[in-house]
Design a protein around this ligand. Structure first.
Ligand code: NAI
Length: 259
């Protein structure tokens, strides 16, 4: 199937990594569906992409809503070639302090959302299509104060492998593990003195990522060039997975107590 005939659903496509991915896919001639909790942003992004793009509001944690989204895309376009789940949130806090609600919210969006994405993709993606889940460096590298996010992302990595087995050989399922990328999700971290600097000291290539860095890898994984890849997780973090993650709790504590 040519790129022009491809339909790509990008969940969390209204911001950051998802938006860069949506632009890359539109740029290679695909019809892009931007699905996001933030309907105003999704509408604006779809309008910016042009006539073939559409926006849908969805909560990635809502099974019925996800089913409605995929049915609507099938009704409109007849086939889905690519599904990318970029929806994510992070609620930091040490295990002793993190509320159960914050744990559940993070695991729900990051892990249950990925499960529902694969579940819907399994019944709607055409033969030869593919799914990419955005996991994280934190799926394999622990960070103090990040229990919910790290656990959910580690879960996404195992989900990717199970899904790859279950959907093969019809549909490929892969993941990406970005390190620190400047997006609205990480804006708060940039306000903590020394935090990004500590991250970069532990990044051999010495820089944070851009949403476009991640979109390029997602673009590769969803292309025919990656036709022999499934169940894989690609690390892209400037080499940070070889080092250690900053101690966010210590940095925030220093910021608030001044010591
Ligand atoms: P972002 O905050 O710029 O974009 C996330 C998007 O997900 C937003 O448009 C938001 O409205 C949407 N979203 C949030 N909850 C949702 C829900 N329940 N249902 C549907 N959409 C929802 O964040 P960013 O940085 O682009 O993150 C994208 C993915 O990359 C996330 O899974 C994140 O965990 C992951 N990631 C990000 C890294 C970073 O440093 N920015 C590093 C590693 C992974």
């Amino acid at each position: 199937m040519s790129a022009e005939e491809q339909v790509a659903v990008v969940i969390g496509g209204a911001s950051g990594i998802g938006w860069a991915t949506a632009q890359l896919m539109a740029g290679r001639g695909e019809t892009v569906v931007i699905a996001d909790l933030d309907s105003d942003a999704a509408d604006a992004r779809a309008a910016a992409l042009g006539a073939t793009a559409t926006a849908h509001q969805v909560d990635v944690t809502d099974g019925a809503g996800m089913r409605t989204l995929f049915d609507a895309v099938l009704d409109r376009h007849g086939a889905i070639g690519t599904v990318v789940d970029c929806a994510g949130i992070s609620r930091p806090g040490t295990i002793a302090d993190l509320s159960l609600d914050d744990w559940k919210a993070t695991v729900d969006v990051c892990l249950t959302g990925a499960f529902l994405t694969v579940k819907e993709a399994a019944r709607t993606v055409r033969d030869g299509g593919s799914v990419v889940l955005v996991a994280s460096l934190n799926g394999r590298q622990p960070g103090v104060g990040m229990s919910a996010y790290c656990s959910a992302k580690a879960g996404v990595l195992m989900l990717t492998e199970v899904a790859a087995m279950e959907l093969a050989p019809r549909v490929r399922v892969n993941a990406v593990n970005p390190g620190f990328v400047h997006t609205p999700l990480t804006y708060g971290a940039t306000l903590v003195p020394g935090l990004v600097e500590e991250y970069l000291e532990n990044t051999p290539l010495g820089r944070a990522g851009t949403p476009e860095d991640v979109a390029q890898t997602i673009g590769f994984l969803t292309s025919d060039a990656a036709g022999w890849m499934t169940g894989s997780a690609v690390d892209l973090n400037g080499g940070a997975h070889t080092m250690r993650y900053p101690d966010i709790v210590r940095r925030v504590s220093e910021m608030t107590t001044g010591s």
